[in-house]
Design a protein around this ligand. Sequence first.
Ligand code: SAM
Length: 278
Amino acid sequence: MNYEESSSFVRLTDSEFDFIVKFVSERYGIDLSQKRRLIEARLAGELKANGFSSYAQYIDLLKSNPASDKVDNFINKITTNYSYFNREMEHYDFLMNTIIPSLAQAKKSSIRIWSAGCSTGEEPYNIAMAIDSALGLKRNLWSVSINATDVSTRALTVAKKAEYPESELSGMPEAWRKNYMTKLPNGNYQVKDNIRNTVSFSKFNLMDPFPHRLYDVIFCRNVMIYFKQHTSQAIVKKFYQSTAEGGYLLIGHSETISRTADNQYKYIRPSIYQKVSK
Ligand SMILES: C[S@@+](CC[C@H](N)C(=O)[O-])C[C@H]1O[C@@H](n2cnc3c(N)ncnc32)[C@H](O)[C@@H]1O
């Protein structure tokens, strides 16, 4: 059904629409100012589940329970969690062919990665696969940590289960499918334990202050595309502070960031930036 043409959804009044746009933008960074019909379509089920006939009731619920599972359900509906295996493969190639060799050359044997906005897990699992395949027999000599975070608890539940339909694996190199995925009796594929154990998932909102931790590589791909520019800039500033000297920020191919006083990332090539302040 084309939701744009459907008349069955409860319509938002102007003030209800304004409230939701402001609430989502201030709390989560996501800009919904041009997405009125999308909000109506995505929240129709929530209205029904709560037995509400108007958005006014739903908004009261959000206002009176700002840290509740109701707000989790709301953000689960509002976020776009589209992701797939081996998306923008050039980043995994860069990790395998440039980042890991340069760390090895510097006599390092550890790597810390943050997959920020990891959605349903394909990205952090791909990162773990790329590292495993780059290190080969030396993998056991390395300490590899991949923190994968998202604001959507629904996406994180799918990610932790690590089970995907075969159709999702179409872009995965045959060797990775063979080495890192197991076919289940139901026909789906599950990520193998050695890869799963490398990734830790947690809920984190990029609008919140970042933990004091430094990463060698931060992946934040196809996330800030939903934010207004000033919001992205504030988040890139925090990424810069969380990047180790010589470390990288990788963003989606259709995204760009500009250098400011707060972020001195050096442009390496489209969608790849490096912190080189010395
Ligand atoms: C389109 S997915 C991108 C997934 C993956 N990085 C990729 O490129 O395939 C965007 C993800 O960003 C998450 N997201 C949006 N706003 C966020 C925020 N404020 N904090 C954390 N995650 C957020 C969404 O929940 C969604 O799962």
